[in-house]
Design a binder for this molecule. Structure first.
Ligand SMILES: O=c1ccn([C@@H]2O[C@H](COP(=O)(O)O)[C@@H](O)[C@H]2O)c(=O)[nH]1
Length: 276
């Protein structure tokens, strides 16, 4: 999917919501455990109930890898279902990969070619040759960890080296890489106050922003400092949406949570932009 197609979806739906499909068998409604593939049954119900409210889905691959081959099959069924039924929706494999060049090429093939996700999250710390293999895929996106939502982000990412914070060096240096137009960046909603500085360096890039909902980040603050003329934000919520109920109404309950966030997004779009 091109960035332009993503922007068109945001305008059409007046939403920049990304729903995280982080499926934990201990948290899903017990009646689903009788299904052949409880993870896929859960995801399908959530997707069917929420697809009109969001522009992206983000399965975190850890929640599938934890269940071995079965989990990988559930991930594959989920992405195939999304690509077949809702090809207009942007898909993110939150896998946080990155390795020496030839290994990164294999990771990129796995997520962008075989599973056919639109994007994959990548850690920047092995540098240019570990990220460029992902960037080589046309109309696919590499979402680089810039400033993460967790407390540990302050251990390294905000530390100054030669007078500049490491996360800023990641942003600046990555702009010089081949096919850098295919880059997006992860910035945690819990770090909204950093967004003004971040926008000075990457005014036009899309940001994937996890951390609203369960981690307590503020959607309003993220929009205040992070929205650009094309919106430029995909705000993710996982647990805050998908685990709204453990009963048979779980998908409807998830849709209500998603709708509440989407309404807030509509307000923010109206506040800062006049897109239609
Ligand atoms: O900085 C980061 C990078 C990734 N994540 C991931 O996003 C979701 C957040 O889930 P919630 O349940 O809405 O808290 C999850 O998959 C994380 O691994 C992040 O939180 N922060």
């Amino acid at each position: 999917m091109t960035t332009n197609q993503l922007v068109q979806q945001i305008k059409k739906k007046q939403s920049f919501l990304c729903i995280g499909l982080d499926v934990d068998l201990n948290k899903i409604p017990p009646h689903l455990l009788k299904e052949d593939d409880p993870i896929f049954a859960f995801n399908k119900a959530i997707i069917d109930a929420t697809h009109h409210l969001c522009v992206a889905y983000k399965p975190n691959t850890a929640f599938y890898e934890a269940y071995g081959l079965k989990g990988w099959k559930s991930l594959e069924k989920t992405i195939r279902y999304l690509n077949e039924k809702h090809p207009e929706i942007f898909t993110i494999a939150d896998a946080k990969r990155g390795d020496i060049g030839n290994t990164s090429t294999m990771y990129a093939k796995a997520f962008l070619e075989d599973l056919a996700f639109d994007s994959v999250t990548v850690a920047p710390y092995m540098g240019k040759d570990s990220v460029e293999p992902f960037l080589a895929f046309k109309d696919k996106h590499t979402i680089l960890l810039a400033l993460t939502s967790n407390q540990g982000a302050f251990d390294f990412q905000t530390k100054s080296i030669d007078g500049k914070e490491l996360y800023k060096q990641v942003l600046e240096t990555s702009k010089t890489w081949e096919n850098s137009q295919n880059l997006m960046y992860v910035v945690g909603a819990t770090k909204a106050e950093f967004l003004a500085d971040i926008r000075q360096i990457i005014p036009d890039s899309f940001l994937l922003v996890p951390g609203v909902g369960a981690q307590g980040g503020s959607l309003k603050e993220v929009c205040k400092y992070g929205m650009n003329t094309q919106v430029g934000l995909l705000i993710n919520s996982s647990r805050g949406i998908i685990y709204a109920s453990k009963e048979t109404d779980f998908a409807q309950a998830a849709a209500l949570k998603a709708e509440a966030l989407k309404k807030e997004m509509e307000t923010e779009i109206k506040r800062y932009l006049s897109i239609d």
